[in-house]
Design a protein around this ligand. Sequence first.
Ligand code: TMP
Length: 213
Amino acid sequence: MGFFITFEGIEGCGKSTQLRRAAERLTREGYDVVITREPGGCPIADAIRAILLDADNSAMVPLAELLLYAAARAQHVAEVIGPALREGKIVLCDRFTDSTLAYQGYGRQLDRELIGQLNTLAAGDIRPHLTLVLDCPVEVGLGRAMARINAASTAREERFEQESRLFHERIRDGFLQLAAAEAGRFLVVDGSGGIEETEDLVMTSILPRLPRR
Ligand code: TMP
């Protein structure tokens, strides 16, 4: 069995940048690393991602949204994450089940017990060994996310960034509550600093926890 690390946090927290950097570092150190993301990570889940993040789909009801995240995850786990872990790889995933609890549970305020059941249904016995929450104030994260959207004017994936400030506060708080409730799996890393500084924090969190090669 490999080692499964998930990167979580609000929009603009820096998790995707840090995930890429961690993958490069671990690959240089000789680890066999797979990087992937949710929603998405394989063609069917990427097609579901396009539906979920299309600003034209703003009429989507929260329950439909929740079920689409679960559907994308079921495919991604079966096609990508499960096989990679069985081959002994280190899988770094940009968002996973905790994003559903934070966004659909704390953010949209759907029943968190139901979400927990759907997460288990979609992911089966695949659970992260380590989850890093890149934490930063909502105004810092949204500021970075808006700058990114403005720089890439072709991007259509802006639906979530348009949500209210309060929604993102609930999500940030949700991630922190999830981390506090399961301290053995989670580490909260300060993501409000510079890229290199955060990378050092991320690597000192990951390296001691990796299985011996
Ligand atoms: P990303 O911007 O990190 O690629 O994530 C895409 C969006 O999807 C982001 O706004 C968070 C949202 N999301 C959920 O709402 N629930 C989920 O379960 C996942 C995986 C992502």
